[in-house]
Design a protein around this ligand. Sequence first.
Ligand code: FES
Length: 118
Amino acid sequence: MPEPDRLPAADLPPGAVRRASDWAVGNDGGRLFAVSRRCRHQLADLSAGRIDADGCLVCPWHQSRYDVDTGAMVAGPRGFLGYHGPTPGYSGVVRLLGAVVPLRVRRALRRGDDVVVE
Ligand code: FES
């Protein structure tokens, strides 16, 4: 049986998002989560993202927002490629795709000195 993906709990203070293998692992005020790392828009690494005031994971490239409980994209991108700005129609289409094909979701648990992705 393979070892679970893990990271030191000390590296994941409240508000932080980190990488553990294929997972973006976050600590939303003590609530731990793990979702697959690649944004559904243009594959940015979500472990470089941030947690917003609503507890959503925000992509570092174009700020798509994800519900970390379901993995669904709840707000589409603000831009594409190197452009950053309003793209209302495009953003809505990408959001629909991100809702239909959500991120994978796993449980993240504190186990000893580590956070483990199950
Ligand atoms: S790559 Fe994530 S919003 Fe564009």
